[in-house]
Design a protein around this ligand. Structure first.
Ligand SMILES: Nc1ncnc2c1ncn2[C@@H]1O[C@H](COP(=O)(O)OP(=O)(O)OP(=O)(O)O)[C@@H](O)[C@H]1O
Ligand SMILES: [Mg+2]
Length: 264
């Protein structure tokens, strides 16, 4: 459904700050994939999402969505296909607006299959959708979103994003700013939504256990490359120890290479 073909991204080309953040990456995301992505800081994980969502254009290579060439299509024209959630819980909702107003605005983007009009049944619909979050938000429709906790706010963002039924859900460390309990709640909701709505999703995480426990496929990125891509039974057999070991092996190799460079 999403295909990246030989994508490279160079920041600040031709300057001393030139940085090859994505180096000839090819990737095919299949419908129904739930892909977890790990990799150290600066590996290129967020850049990968930026290239998929269209907030960045690649220097070379091709991005296709549903077999259509979208390489130069701007972000706002891909928004109906792609839902994105960031690490910062304040980014997905407007703080100084009520829950219901936030949901109305989001519904204008189109809760697929649901016709929205400004009436009591709409409010009822919001309440019904908020109830399963088990955070009591169904009783707080008039409260400003800024009053919610980070976990509540991220759960609301997740719900609003999922209701617009994106073809692809991009989660960029979306639980990293939450305490462990809220992180688990939001992760459980994420899993539930992905299953219930049969979504295709990609989730960046620094938590190796989460990367192993969730999803059907795991990518490891390093220095602008995808250095590991495992799925199915192989993914199920992965352990945190094996993944951490792999991670350290790469780091050691890089260190060794750096040392070699210093010697020669
Ligand atoms: N807009 C930009 N302009 C210049 N350089 C950028 C830009 N975005 C990312 N980079 C650089 O590209 C590289 C990859 O960054 P990216 O944000 O994709 O890493 P990441 O894997 O998401 O890391 P983290 O785990 O810290 O979020 C880094 O060297 C970063 O400094
Ligand atoms: Mg990042």
């Amino acid at each position: 459904m999403i295909t990246l073909e030989s994508i490279s991204k160079v920041f600040h080309p031709g300057t001393v700050n030139e940085n090859l953040a994505m180096d000839n990456v090819s990737l095919k995301v299949n419908p129904g994939d739930f892909i977890t992505i790990v990799g150290s800081n600066g590996a290129g994980k967020t850049t990968l999402f930026n290239l998929i969502s269209g907030s960045l254009f690649p220097s070379t290579g091709k991005v296709s969505i549903h077999d259509k060439d979208m390489t130069r299509i701007p972000e706002y024209r891909r928004a109906k296909f792609i839902g994105r959630i960031f690490q910062d819980p304040t980014l997905g909702t407007a703080a100084n607006m009520s829950l219901e107003d936030n949901m109305v605005i989001c519904s204008k983007k189109g809760f697929k299959g649901i016709k929205m009009s400004l009436n009591a049944s709409k409010r009822k619909f919001f309440q019904e959708e908020l109830k399963p979050l088990e955070m009591g938000l169904e009783n707080r429709l008039k409260d400003n979103v800024g009053l919610l906790s980070g976990g509540q706010r991220q759960a609301l963002t997740l719900l609003m994003t999922v209701l617009s039924r994106p073809d692809l859900l991009l989660l960029d460390e979306h639980t990293a700013a939450l305490d462990p309990r809220n992180a688990q709640i939001v992760l459980d909701l994420t899993q539930q939504f992905i299953t219930d709505y049969n979504l295709t999703a990609m989730m960046i995480t620094h938590n190796m256990k989460h990367a192993i426990d969730y999803g059907n496929r795991l990518l490891m990125m390093d220095k602008g490359h995808i250095i590991l891509d495992v799925s199915g039974e192989e993914k199920k057999r992965l352990t945190v120890d094996a993944l951490v070991k792999k991670f350290h092996e790469i780091k050691k190799e890089e260190y060794a290479t750096d040392e070699d460079l210093l010697v020669t």
